[in-house]
Design a protein around this ligand. Structure first.
Ligand code: TPP
Ligand code: MG
Length: 803
């Protein structure tokens, strides 16, 4: 079941008929999947269903225009398209609905995502790139409405980059930039900020992007009158239409049930985007939702009878059927035979998918039951155990939770036993966890041979000619080396191009490497990240700059929802090794001094978070990351660009390792851990503390995710027996994360002679000016006093109360 997309001109009637009926078959198959899919949820076999019924026809027209190398970035309505490009079979559709954890059965996510979230595989089993130009590609869907848009921009921009930069090895990614990035979005989701941000950015960048709006007038229960000005998105976007004087969009409108016009429209859009490299918006209206929004409710509750009647008569599949018959392409009889056969085929495939999903679990249940029964036989509390066994036995369609939960509950009744049968049951539980848990928990971070934790440190080399320079010069000269060595690296952000970033870490590099590689963007943090994700998905190595850490919040949703879940949600079948560059910590005022790392750390698991204390360390992180396939964020110290550092001779080569802490001062009395700019305050305090005979050890964490993989902090606490965490985030922010890492994973509590302490900023954002900083963030005086107080508590005579 797959569309033909070589539309030959001199087509015979028979060929034409075959093609039309093939399209019809796909449309009706997809519909039947939606209908049966809903039933599977309502009968409890699947948990949730959201389907593509009512949107079949435009997706067939789109699939005909979609070529090898092209990319989709869409949403949960696109099952017909996925079927039409040959990337979703009926069985796979149902396997996804059931949550089959075998990637062979559910190639979309191995059961990690709910059905209706589609993807294709860009990576082979060793996480190496497949040749994306020889296959049809879909980036992986996410649920937040509109969040597919930022990455769409990057997917389209990659074509522009490949067309213009010919020294990149593009063999696996592009054929002269001829690929189109196709987006889909629901009418209601166009209200999201990221939609407008993306539309504007693509108009500015003039990239080959075609956005289809599937307009069914509703967003769940909410009518277009509450969503869209004039209830018409293409009307509202008219100002983006290109004209003889201005570049812009081509905006097309088409009715979602008009087969012929749909095909013409998609062919036109494809040509425009592919050849002219311009963005196109297709507003597909008059679409319907035959079964309502999802399995969570019924649309009869909020649609008028009139609307429901209209939806019935404008159902695109019905209209297609009528068109075929009234144009004498096939008889009603022929079509009815097709309909009947499809019903049988879908039903059979559904049953097969259910068998594939449920049989292995049934076998697991039987194996476990055997062990449970043996363990019960000799147990003194066998009555209770038999009850649990009986409850499990009657579950004919068990889930793994049912089996494992029963086994774990039985163990509670075997606490006092000491039998080989009990040991066997314990062995089974442990082995089951070992086998099953990875199905749900692997691949949050890269597990390939290129993972960043595999890359060893290369120390900076200094020689007789090494000079002391401003920190930003080290960054700049290192970026120069990076850009000259790696033609696929692109750096972009606000003020990144012409002036070489606000702190001149890229000074002169646009002039040297051109506007395509070092570029300015609009003020639009979410789509800066989207550009990065999309381009990284197509083999480029983007470095996306967010001007200040404080403005990361605008980008955080996309990093959190898209980038950080990508590798996990595709079961390692896609990667976007994007590097996010930003600067933060300690400057001035509420929005230029932030260190809201607690929020970041908790929201972007899946992305490494690196916090170098100086520019040499930062440059070393960039060098490490470019050899790896792990997305990461690097936070440079805002107040470090003008501080002097010795410039290494091996620029572009030295590497800061990830997950490795560094002891920057040895000491025996207490361990202080911190990171970034705050370390300078800690170092200052350490000098004062020496004056009162307290010799602290200072550890630079430098890599928050991953965290101290060699557990060096615990080794330090073994010697000092005291721990202070200094952090400029709010109380309970990054400091809580750090303490959790140390307590949970390094088991230090037995070695502590004092309560572990945390010194953080105040709960409010830092006030402006030097005094604002002093009264908001930890100061050297605060560090001194906290450490002193810890010693006063233990040795009140030697350390009398300070104040
Ligand atoms: C950011 C976000 N807010 C809310 C939701 C819940 N939600 C899921 S679909 C949907 C309606 C989307 O309507 P539309 O864009 O018109 O697409 P349709 O389902 O009608 O095809 C909503 C509100 C969500 N998934 N993401
Ligand atoms: Mg809608």
């Amino acid at each position: 079941m797959q569309i033909k997309n070589d539309l030959t001109k001199d087509i015979t009637f028979e060929d034409f008929k075959t093609e039309v009926l093939n399209d019809y078959t796909i449309a009706v198959t997809s519909r039947e999947c939606s209908l049966l899919g809903r039933r599977e949820v309502l009968t409890g076999k699947a948990k949730f269903g959201i389907f593509g019924d009512g949107k079949e026809l435009p997706q067939l027209a789109w699939a005909k225009a979609f070529q090898n190398g092209d990319f989709r970035s869409g949403y949960y309505r696109d099952q017909t398209f996925m079927m039409a490009i040959g990337k979703l079979s009926i069985e796979q559709f149902f396997s996804g609905l059931y949550g089959n954890t075998d990637i062979k059965h559910d190639p979309m996510s191995a059961g990690r995502q709910m059905g209706g979230h589609f993807t294709t595989h860009s990576l082979d089993e060793n996480f190496n790139w497949k040749n994306l130009t020889q296959q049809k590609n879909s980036s992986s869907d996410i649920s937040p409405t509109g969040a597919q848009m930022p990455r769409l921009l990057g997917l389209a921009q990659a074509s522009k980059v490949y067309r213009n930069l010919t020294d990149i090895n593009s063999e696996k990614f592009s054929n002269s930039g001829n690929e189109v990035a196709w987006g889909t979005i629901g009418n209601a989701s166009t209200s999201e900020g990221v939609f407008f941000e993306t539309i504007n950015a693509a108009g500015v960048l003039q990239v080959p992007m075609v956005v289809s709006v599937w307009d069914d007038e509703y967003g769940i229960s909410v009518h277009a009158k509450h969503h869209t000005t004039k209830e018409n998105i293409s009307e509202v976007l008219k100002g983006f239409q290109r004209d003889s004087k201005h570049k812009g969009y081509e905006i097309l409108r088409v009715k979602g049930w008009d087969y012929v016009e749909l095909i013409n429209t998609y062919q036109k859009a494809s040509q425009l985007a592919r050849i002219e490299h311009i963005p196109v918006l297709i507003h597909v209206n008059e679409l319907t939702q035959p079964q309502g929004h999802s399995t969570s409710g019924s649309h009869e509750r909020y649609k008028s009878n009139e609307r429901l009647k209209w939806e019935k008569s404008y159902d695109c599949n019905m209209k297609f059927r009528d068109w075929i018959i009234s144009n004498d392409i096939a008889t009603e009889e022929e079509i009815t035979t097709i309909d009947r056969n499809i019903k049988k085929e879908v039903k059979a495939a559904k049953l097969k998918a259910w068998k594939d999903f449920s049989e292995p679990i049934k076998e697991e249940k039987n194996a476990a039951l055997k062990l449970m029964k043996t363990a019960a036989a000799s147990a003194s509390q066998k009555v209770f155990i038999h009850k649990i066994i009986a409850q499990l036995e009657i579950i004919h369609e068990p889930l793994r939770k049912d089996i494992l939960s029963a086994a774990r509950n039985i163990l509670k009744y075997l606490i006092q036993e000491n039998t080989p049968a009990k040991d066997k049951l314990i062995g089974w539980i442990n082995a089951y966890f070992e086998e099953i848990q990875p199905k749900y928990s692997t691949l949050l971070y890269s597990e390939s041979e290129y993972r960043a934790t595999n890359i060893s440190e290369v120390l900076p080399v200094f020689d007789a000619t090494s000079k002391m320079v401003d920190g930003r010069v080290i960054l700049r000269d290192n970026f120069d080396k990076i850009l000259s060595k790696n033609p696929e690296v692109l750096i972009f952000g606000e003020d990144t191009g012409t002036i070489g970033d606000v702190n001149q870490g890229l000074e002169g590099l646009q002039e040297k490497y051109g506007e395509m590689r070092v570029s300015d963007t609009g003020i639009r943090e979410a789509t800066i990240i989207g550009q990065g994700i999309g381009m990284a998905l197509r083999g480029l190595r983007p470095i996306a700059e967010i001007q200040y850490l404080d403005y990361m919040v605008y980008a955080l949703q996309i990093i959190s929802d898209d980038l950080s879940t990508l590798h996990y949600r595709t079961f390692g079948k896609q990667k976007a090794p994007l590097i996010i560059r930003t600067r933060g910590h300690r400057l001035e005022g509420i929005w230029h001094s932030g260190s809201q790392l607690g929020g970041i750390l908790n929201l972007i698991r899946g992305v490494y978070v690196l916090v170098p204390r100086n520019m040499t360390k930062a440059a070393g992180f960039y060098n490490t990351l470019l050899e790896s396939d792990q997305p990461a964020m690097v936070v440079e110290c805002l107040n470090g660009y003008r501080l002097k550092e010795k410039e290494p001779a091996n620029l572009g080569e030295f590497k800061t390792p990830v997950g490795i802490v560094e002891t920057i001062k040895k000491g025996s009395d207490l361990t202080i851990v911190s990171y970034g700019s705050t370390l300078r305050i800690v170092e200052q305090a350490a000098k004062s503390l020496l004056e009162v005979d307290i010799d602290v050890e200072i550890i630079d964490i430098q890599s928050l995710i991953p965290f101290d993989l060699k557990k060096d902090i615990s080794k330090s606490v073994e010697n000092t027996n005291r721990l202070l965490i200094v952090d400029e985030d709010v109380p309970g922010g990054a400091s809580a994360y750090i303490l959790n890492e140390i307590l949970e994973h390094q088991n230090i509590y037995q070695n502590l002679d004092s309560k572990p302490q945390m010194l953080t900023a105040k709960e409010h954002r830092p006030a402006y000016g030097t005094d604002g900083d002093y009264f908001s963030k930890p100061s050297a005086d605060d560090v001194f006093e906290v450490v002193y107080a810890m010693f006063h508590e233990v040795y009140p005579t030697s350390y009398p109360k300070l104040r």
